[in-house]
Design a protein around this ligand. Sequence first.
Ligand code: GLY
Length: 404
Amino acid sequence: MTSTSPVSGTTATPADPLVDVDVDVDAAIAAAVSTVRRNIATFGPAYPDDTTVDDRYRQRPAHGGIPLGGNRGWTTSFRTGMLWLAWELTGDDAYRDAALVDAADFDRRVRAEEDLDTHDLGFLYTLSTVAAWRLLGDEQARDASLLAADHLMRRFLEPAGIIQAWGDLSDPAQRGRTIIDSLMNMPLLTWTHEQTGDERFSDAVVRHTAQLREHILREDDSTFHTFYWDAETGEPLRGATEQGAFDESCWARGQAWGIYGFAMNYAVTGNAELLDGARRCAEYFIRHLPADEVPFWDLVYTDGSDAPRDSSAAAIAVCGLLELAKVEKDAARAAEWTARAHSILASLIANYAPANPEDSDALLLHSVYDLPKDNGVDEGTLWGDYFYLEALMRVARPEWRKYW
Ligand code: GLY
């Protein structure tokens, strides 16, 4: 063990050994931020695409009137989030300056009303302009964040009490549908309530998260990726997948969003059912890990399968388990979540980060975006990179204040 930071794979319960590898967290951080730095030079203000192709990011393709490298889709803010993390980790103002260029562009995007028909406004604005406000007190970024939260609230459907995930609110294919990922979009509403005192925002978080806890988490502790409600009557209808193997399977990244999202929303709502939800998501996720503790892209696959892994799900789970450990009431369980998070992270550092940072533009290899659509399979992803760096930050600096 050469780490100067407390990652260890050796604190397992004997019945369930954790990955036992020596890793150097500080070296992993140095490698990761060197890639973030190189990507500033490679891309400038242009945004990389969601995933790599053969381990290299390309500029985001032009689409719907938004030019090549433009700010569209749900993942551009993960680049910004990495820049903020790299700035906090190194103190090098080049990262902050690049993050501020992005934050100004997110301000422009929301004012121009470009590509806002999505619940992912939470991912987009939390990691860009809310982070700019938290770290620098940037007033313009605060205003842009409040505007984004207003747009997100337009997706709140009474009487179902949910935020619709995707598409135009009148689209029959998407009406009344939400997805487990949306738990991560609630912090934008929570932050807005803190800023404005307007209880519409906190009420939406309370109702949306309770609905997901009741319907998207199944009896056996696995999760549906998406769930439909009748938008007019509020009646819960059915679960369905979009990116998982099949409707009843358990998409690995969704389960990881559940760990992090339920834990984080428990902390702000005080709803004990959400803590229970986070624990159950964590237990199921851990029970379905293969020997190296990085899940296959869907948890129906286990050791012996040749299905691709989703390292991004592992990185999200590390952050989620560390968040769960913070809010866990039972000290022994908190230690268990922390040990498991460290163990998964050790495996990511040892086996899933590029051996040499020059080998890829990604911080983390071997993720899956959407296997059923053959999109980004066994590639780097912007969110995998972000959560890997957040995980390293959380371990190196346990006092770090999250942007969420
Ligand atoms: N939020 C979309 C995904 O995780 O792929």
